[in-house]
Every structure is written in structure tokens, then in C-alpha cells.
Design a protein around this ligand. Sequence first.
Ligand code: CO8
Length: 258
Amino acid sequence: MYEHLKIEERGAVAVMTISAPKSLNALNSKILNEIGDYLGSFDCGRLRCLIVTGDGEKSFVAGADISEMAGLSAAEGEAFGKRGARVFRMLETLPVPVIAAVNGFALGGGCELAMACDIRICSDNAKFGQPEVGLGIIPGFSGTVRMARLIGMGMAKQLIYTGKAIRADEALRIGLVNAVVPQAELMDKAMEMAAQIAAQAPLAVRAAKECINAEWDMTADEAIACENHAFGECFSTADQKGGMRAFLDKSKYEFQGK
Ligand code: CO8
């Protein structure tokens, strides 16, 4: 169905593998469109977590496709950036959590893709960086927006101004990734976390994601009010009733997503 995406479902967890081996999974317009189409059709009722990874053991995504960008005009460059930014925003606001399983190079648009995900786990051979200034451009898929928010302005400026890539252990130290594991264990670790998320009350997980995303830009008072409202809404769900009753009865309850 897709030329550059492999989609697999394991229970309530979906795995989207970006596959363009000849260019180390670099993102061109076709791949961005395919990701957008897939996310647009994502069944958030049935599926409770998405894992994003790259094909092979060398690269997650080695950036936007430099051969496609090389001849662009300013207007075309802006349009290309907007296309990627729109798709990455779809990922960031997907109602279910998204885990990036970073299996190698996450450079430029690849690092930006990982940062648009909720959680990043990487293999020990992973490398992260924003090398754009070495190509005469800046991060164009919202890297200047997300990196400073994720790891702080000082470190984000260092990585973006120098273009220097960092290894997995350094990415862990600065909080760019949540965990580093041996390559052979990467998908198991991502699946384990995804399964744990999928076992929770889906509407509660969704509300938590919406709150965390929305509250980022709010004043403290607005953010607290936002959480208060979403917290209250949880009490109108069957899963809150069932989950709390099961705790009190010392019984088991399967969350319904209602
Ligand atoms: N675009 C296109 N082709 C690529 C890319 C890329 N980003 N990365 C690798 N490739 C291709 C190589 O050209 C090569 O092709 P070929 O076999 O035909 O020569 C093939 O993949 C294998 O790559 P290498 O031979 O270079 O493999 P190495 O192991 O020697 O090196 C590296 C791996 C270090 C990852 C190296 O390939 C590299 O430096 N790649 C470019 C990384 C980069 O600069 N990425 C950032 C690109 S800019 C960007 O992402 C901006 C995002 C926002 C855009 C907004 C647009 C307006």
C-alpha cells in the first residue's frame, strides 16, 4: 500500500517503519506524504500506541532528502519545510502516544522527527544532530522550536550552531533520549513500553497527552485550569468507574476506552 512505509500491528500497538535504504531513510516529499496519509487514517479507537522506526541497523532517518532540496527556490524551500512541519505536528498531536525507536542516524529531519514523538528510545549506535548549518540552511521541520523546549536553550543552540552530531550516551545525558539499549534489544524495549502504555485506560492516556502538549504554552494558572477540567472529565468515563472499583474489590478490569 505504501512504497516507503512498512506498517505492522501487534495487538493494540502499531509499528511504522520508514524505508528508503538507498538514502539511509532520508525524507523526501513522497515519504512525508505517505506518513501524513498513514497518520490521517490512524485508528485511535483500536490502536493505543505507535512506534516509529527506520529500516535497517544503520539509520533511523538521515535527514530530509538533500537531493530533493538542492535546487529549491526560497518559496519552494518554505513549502517543503511546511509540508514536513505539518506532518510532524500530526505525529505530535496524534491522540495516542508515539515512541521513536531510533535505530541509528537521527540527523537533521531525522532528529526533528524523533523530537516530534512523545518518547525516544535509541540503540547504542545511534547518532543525533542538526547538521543543517553545514549545508547552508537551518532546521526546517520545527527543530528550532522543539529542541530548545526539550533539552534547554543552551544545549539546543550548541547542537544547532555547531552542527556536530552526538552519540547515544551524550543524548541520554542531556535528555534528548529516554533510554539507550543494545541494537538487538531496541524493538523489544520499545514494544515493552508501548504495551505498558496500551494496557492503561486509553482515554486517560489521551487526556494526559493532550494536557501536556496544550499546557506547554500556557500560563501556570491556565495550565492548572486545563488539567482541572481534563481531570474532572475522566470521572465521566466507564474506565474510571471500572478501574477504581477493581482496585477497591481487588479484582481485575480490562479498560474499554469508554
Ligand atoms: N539526503 C539524501 N541522501 C542521503 C542523505 C540525505 N539526508 N543521507 C544519506 N544519503 C545517501 C548518500 O548520499 C549515499 O547515497 P549514494 O550511495 O548514492 O552515494 C547513501 O545515502 C549512503 O550514505 P553515505 O555513503 O554518506 O553513508 P556514510 O555511512 O558514509 O555516512 C551519514 C552516513 C553520516 C549519515 C551521511 O550519509 C550524511 O552525512 N548524510 C547527510 C546527513 C545530513 O546532513 N542530514 C541533514 C539533512 S538537512 C535536513 O534534514 C533539514 C531538515 C529540514 C528541511 C527543511 C527543508 C526546507
